[in-house]
Ligand binder design. Structure first.
Ligand SMILES: Nc1nc(=O)c2ncn([C@@H]3O[C@H](COP(=O)(O)OP(=O)(O)O[C@H]4O[C@H](CO)[C@@H](O)[C@H](O)[C@H]4O)[C@@H](O)[C@H]3O)c2[nH]1
Ligand SMILES: [Mg+2]
Length: 211
């Protein structure tokens, strides 16, 4: 997963199936304002608890946006050739909830079920998936919604090793309760989106099994 090379930046083609930039102009209290916005897909994410191992299941993956941001924090974003020895790709391997974009005309819970299977390898029926909450995944440039779900699995539900579909490269990882609790309490070594932190805190407040 960390074998990343030949990194190049370029302009966004206008036909990207993932993001569409545009500008909204409006008048607020008599003041004309412009907002530069991005149309993106809504998404789902799933907190997964493995009852067999008593651990939470997450995914790790290389995130180009995180890599770009980590490199530009060091002042090198305009380099044509990014030096991946100086900036190891490991900087941008995140720890996340299983998640996916809503790019099909299916109920959100069904999209969540597919992501649990594709990314993590557990085949469960959608009636075992509980809706937790919907929030705005971004409020400045996108306003897209993300719907969070919760499910419990056992090792018997595992049908593949997971890892994603098509060209996705995803590592499935199980972490014990005390480790994730330490992460969200201290913020130590967090390379994660807010949805991961929210999902873990929600689990600890609502579902944490009694020891
Ligand atoms: N070629 C190409 N160009 C892209 O720009 C480009 N952008 C994506 N892709 C391809 O689309 C698929 C997206 O995978 P998912 O549906 O699993 O969505 P995630 O990337 O996991 O994002 C989820 O999780 C995040 C947090 O954990 C949240 O922030 C998001 O809101 C939430 O959707 C992959 O197959 C990927 O490869 C691109 N493919
Ligand atoms: Mg995903």
């Amino acid at each position: 997963m960390e074998n990343i090379s030949n990194i190049r930046y370029g302009a966004l083609p206008s036909n990207s199936p993932y993001i569409k930039p545009f500008r909204m102009r409006y008048v607020q209290d008599g003041i004309t304002k412009d907002a530069d916005l991005l149309k993106v897909h809504d998404s789902v994410c799933i907190i997964i608890y493995n009852r067999t191992t008593k651990k939470l299941i997450f995914v790790r993956q290389f995130r180009p946006a995180v890599y770009y941001a980590a490199v530009s924090e060091n002042g090198s974003e305009t380099d044509d050739n990014v030096n991946s020895t100086k900036y190891p790709p490991k900087l941008a391997i995140t720890l996340e909830l299983c998640a996916g974009i809503v790019d099909k005309d299916l109920p959100l819970k069904e999209i969540a079920r597919e992501e649990i299977l594709e990314e993590c390898g557990f085949n469960i029926s959608s009636d075992r998936i509980e809706e937790v909450m919907t929030y705005r995944s971004g409020v400045d440039t996108t306003g897209a919604t993300q719907t969070m779900f919760y499910c419990e699995v056992t090792d018997d539900d595992r049908v593949t090793a997971g890892g994603g579909i098509d060209d996705e490269i995803i590592e499935v990882i199980e972490l014990p309760m005390d480790e994730v609790e330490h992460m969200v309490k201290t913020g130590a070594n967090v390379v994660s989106p807010p949805s991961f932190l929210l999902g873990v805190l929600w689990f600890l407040s609502n579902k944490k099994p009694q020891q």
